[in-house]
Design a binder for this molecule. Sequence first.
Ligand code: GLC
Length: 430
Amino acid sequence: MSMCLESSVTGASPHSPDSTGWFEAARFGMFVHFGLYSLAARHEWVRSREAMSQQEYDRYLTRFDPDLFDARQLARTARESGMRYAVLTTKHHDGFCLFDSALTDYTSVRASGRDLVREFVEAMRAEGLRVGLYYSLLDWHHPDFPVDEHHPLRGTGARDEPRDMARYRAYMEGQIRELLTGYGEIDLLFFDFSYPEKGPGEWGAERLMALAKELRPDILVNDRLGIPGDYVTPEQYQPDRPLERGGERVRWEACHTLNGSWGYDRDNHDYKDPALLVRMLVESVACGGNLLLNVGPTGRGALDARARATLGAIGEWTALHGRSVHGAGPSPHRPPANALYTRSGNRLYLHLLAWPLKHLHLPGLAGRVRYAQLLHDGSEIRFQELDGARHEHNNLAPPDQPAGTLTLTLPIARPDVLLPVIELELDGEE
Ligand code: GLC
């Protein structure tokens, strides 16, 4: 496992306290995938995977009724889980829009009388969360979107139909304009995605990027238009070092599912353990990135029991340990084995992935630490500083540590939290 040493990276730090500094301070966000596919309950790509015709897929449209979609509840859950921003699918690859678009009838407003984007944006803002919108570049419903390798109609005669990508580009521009002018301040835009058959040229990427910046100068736009954006988006894997592009450190956000599927997937029980998810959050922060953790509400729009339990467990951890992630970032210090450091000001946070027996040796920290405590209960952790010679007869601390080592004395019993954290108050200017 990487230690994510800050000093191992060259190039400009992206951590500037500008109008987009909220992104790094937030560190943890909620991704929400909801749409017609949620009724099928077998992955958000169901229409493509099963090569469904539009008519077959319409059985979800006619039954779309998000009676349990409660944006305020969702916003509360996000905040209580320690999340500081949230990103909603305004349109996924199936083309179904969760907002009131004048450019199509294929919307939640036509299907159910509800503008879910408006409900979401207002609820998140009321809860003090930053707001992000996901927008699919693919669109399997739009008549001008060419039938390609991913399209549900790829095996039919539609593959050869002439389609007018310029008209589709105009449609996307129009919808981005609707989303960025009709819903107040929007902090982030998550385009999805480019692939060999379609990239920046097909999307009109430069124009979409310029439009977003013109309408919302402070907005953060991701990199999936196929041109550099404001941050990069590793998906379903965990970077183990700070990310760079062209030798420069970049902002990044790992996005992850709870169970491998973004949309509600009833029979998929491949859930990540809450302790693993907390570790992934800390790994992200230790390597200078964010974690965007997805939930896929059910066909009726509610979080299922498993998602609620997972977020609840994460929330219990963040309630006690939030300051080791919120506003924190990588540390220049080298952690011991099975541990991760994050840093915020003069506080160093030591996350213990495995609980040691009594002594934990921290190289290079002798003389640097003023005070140490377990973060979850604020209980003091006593420590000693080895000079390499003094301890031959001291069975409390083994003599085989190099000078400059700080040795913590830990309780035998591991604290009963998902990931124990020791807060070290550093001397000096850090
Ligand atoms: C992929 C998938 C999509 C999902 C997205 C989330 O691009 O195609 O279904 O919404 O990842 O990042």
